[in-house]
Design a protein around this ligand. Structure first.
Ligand SMILES: NC(=O)c1ccc[n+]([C@@H]2O[C@H](COP(=O)([O-])OP(=O)(O)OC[C@H]3O[C@@H](n4cnc5c(N)ncnc54)[C@H](OP(=O)(O)O)[C@@H]3O)[C@@H](O)[C@H]2O)c1
Length: 371
């Protein structure tokens, strides 16, 4: 047994989908080759976590299991092949697990075991339990070092606020994937949700001008205020989604040609026409990152005639994470409390936490567990 680890730890266990969680005491995982055991300081909760665990979203999960997704924690113990990570170091614990011999065997720890034989094998037999716990065992590659002094002292982030990285990294993966450059005009749609709102902050930090689309004008106004408070130089326009494709297209075109689109349409909005309007406003050779779930016809003449690139994207790469941490540590995103207002809960408050996560959504809002 690793000397610094207690023999047992507390964790939120889901015995089966829909059964609800129980706080249980389990044997603490031990470090092995290729792994780290991390002491969790703050674990994130998603707006739709409740729907995953009650079965509404039909995400496949290997139960019984410890829930969660990404987290912020300190390295508690390391496998013998660790070369750079140090005990006590603050890290972002990433929930995206990939097969080392097949990166397409990919799944999201605590969210879905994925759909390939390889991902299911890893989720069921190797990296099984999530971060809603005092400790988690993850691959070494999933621990992204954070400069604690720079982030927490100089830039004023609390550790729970750093958990907002779980939101920010996802749009960064999409925006980087379609090579968004400083000066580009980027439509984020819809922008009033958790990932869409984070997408606006990240696109601004990457030097883009943003057109944020959404149904809710009050929330669009809050989004603009939030972004301007933390990054006063930001150029953020808003366009209301009216449900009339032609009107929305005209509203977007009023801002000139669009270089790129970041789409986060949730499944309930799959029939909404906002993406069609955004594509109609794209310039020749414009790019689209499809990160949501939208019904969209690729036989559209605009796509072919204007050489449009449509790229599906799930999450981000390890390289994206390392690059994003450099941006955050550089101070390119809103600093301290201007970034995010995080509501925190203990493990035994899991019902309240998931309810809060479903309500406390949009830019600059997050919910975290402090185990
Ligand atoms: N590809 C990836 O790696 C990845 C990663 C994470 C999440 N996602 C996907 O991204 C989606 C969005 O996540 P989120 O956390 O941002 O969700 P969220 O916080 O629940 O936000 C949902 C957004 O969709 C809008 N919306 C809902 N119904 C709509 C409709 N009928 N027409 C137009 N807009 C509508 C909401 O607008 P209102 O404010 O008007 O309600 C809000 O902007 C998720 O469903 C998830 O599947 C993908």
């Amino acid at each position: 047994m690793a000397p610094d680890l207690p023999p047992q730890y507390r964790a939120l266990v889901l015995d089966s989908i829909g059964a609800g969680f129980t706080v249980k005491t389990l044997p603490t995982p031990q470090p092995t080759f290729g792994s780290a055991v991390v002491q969790i300081v703050a674990a994130g909760a998603l707006s739709y976590h409740r729907e995953i665990y009650n079965g509404q979203r039909h995400y496949p999960l290997p139960t019984p299991m410890v829930g969660g997704y990404s987290a912020i924690g300190r390295i508690a113990a390391l496998g013998p092949d660790a070369t750079a990570l140090q005990a006590g170091q603050l890290v972002f614990v990433d929930c995206v697990i990939r097969g080392r011999d097949d990166p397409s065997a990919l799944y999201l720890l605590g969210i879905s075991e994925g759909h390939s034989d390889g991902s299911k094998k890893l989720a069921r037999e190797v990296w099984h339990d999530g971060t809603l716990a005092e400790f988690v065992k993850v691959p070494l590659d999933n621990c992204i070092p954070l400069d604690e002094a720079r982030l927490c002292q100089t830039l004023g982030y609390s550790i729970e606020d750093l958990m907002y990285m779980g939101y920010l990294l996802v749009p960064y993966g999409g925006l980087r994937d379609i090579r968004v450059e400083p000066g580009d005009t980027v439509v984020v749609c819809p922008a009033t949700g958790g990932f869409g709102g984070a997408g606006v902050l990240v696109a601004v930090a990457m030097g883009a001008r943003v057109i944020a689309m959404g149904r809710n004008e009050q929330e669009l106004e809050r989004l603009q205020e939030h972004v301007h408070k933390g990054t006063p130089w930001a150029c953020v326009e808003t366009v209301k989604i009216t449900g009339d494709e032609a009107i929305d297209t005209a509203s977007l075109k009023a801002y000139g040609p669009v270089d790129a689109i970041l789409d986060f349409t949730p499944p309930v909005a799959a029939k909404s026409t906002h993406l069609k309007s955004a594509v109609a406003a794209l310039r020749y050779e414009g790019r689209v990152s499809l990160m949501g779930f939208v019904d969209f016809s690729v036989s559209d003449m605009k796509i072919v005639g204007s050489n449009i690139t449509l790229k599906g994207k799930l999450m981000y790469s390890r390289e994206d994470m390392l690059q994003f941490v450099k941006m955050l540590e550089m101070g390119l995103l809103p600093k301290g409390k201007d970034l995010v207002d995080t509501r925190t809960f203990r493990l035994d408050e899991w019902e309240e936490a998931f309810d809060a996560a479903a309500q406390w959504t949009g830019v600059g809002r997050a919910v975290a567990f402090l185990p």
